[in-house]
Design a protein around this ligand. Sequence first.
Ligand code: FAD
Length: 283
Amino acid sequence: MTVTEIRPRFQDVSAKPAASSPNVLFRTRVAVRHELAPGFIRLTVQCPELTAMAWHGLDQRIKLFLPKGPRLPQEYHAGLSERDWKALWRAQPVETRPYLRTFTIADARPGIGEVDIDFFVDHAHGPASRFAQSASVGDELVFSGPLGALDHKRKGVQFVYSGHAEMLIAGDETAFPAMLGIHRQLPESVSAVFVVQAGSPELASWMGERLAGRQVQLLAEPRQMHEAATHWVNTAERTSAYAWFAAEHQVIGDLKRQFSVRHRRVQLQAQGYWNRRGRAALS
Ligand SMILES: Cc1cc2nc3c(=O)[nH]c(=O)nc-3n(C[C@H](O)[C@H](O)[C@H](O)COP(=O)(O)OP(=O)(O)OC[C@H]3O[C@@H](n4cnc5c(N)ncnc54)[C@H](O)[C@@H]3O)c2cc1C
């Protein structure tokens, strides 16, 4: 396990509000690169403007910008609103515009302008996992996230807790940062089952340990997600139940069909986090 660290302290900086969307660009630098577990890399990034970012925890997402050239053009400046960065991005030829990838904020310390992002990198590498694998302290990482002053609707959070008595939280390695965020904020009184799917037994048990105090089921294969969900639905009381799923697109598609046809009483939040069919070369 390797840890490289520099932690400068920032003074509080109030970023200027953007026009309409709460999302703006943050131009951060890698301060720490830490191998959390086999196949999982944590990057801690910093910039003064992060003291003004909205941080809700749970499954809050951000959009990373990975440049195709050596660095992201200066036009993508700190504080640029979502409307403006989208216009800029769409106007660029596909050969040069940055790759966009969605990730979860694993943890944040807005008081000192710091955010942690956990990358699962144990697969055919795309730009985001390549960046995490080779990142060094001082490297730039730009992302779009919500500015606190404008974020009245918890932008980027999909998990909804509204008093459900029973819950199923299920996902694979890429969903694990979000699952941990939910675990941290979910009242202990809620009867929640966490279903974790991981390709390696070592990683599965590491993930299970981090969910201490919860009912956890570890799965080795994505197709077992379907069986685990069926079992939960059949054994839960389902007076007021909520299921949250995140995994590969096809797996999620099957689960959505299963719930929309057979388990309509369960409130469902499900999203494909990655696609085994891959992407077009430059997207
Ligand atoms: C809301 C949301 C939150 C997310 N949060 C996180 C997070 O916190 N941490 C995290 O690691 N991921 C997270 N993901 C998933 C992440 O965005 C994808 O895994 C993404 O494809 C990684 O980008 P890349 O550039 O490395 O690979 P890509 O360029 O997208 O893909 C390259 C190749 O790798 C394959 N691939 C991608 N992911 C996997 C995988 N998990 N297993 C096997 N093969 C894969 C693709 O099929 C493709 O062939 C999240 C996704 C969403 C939608």
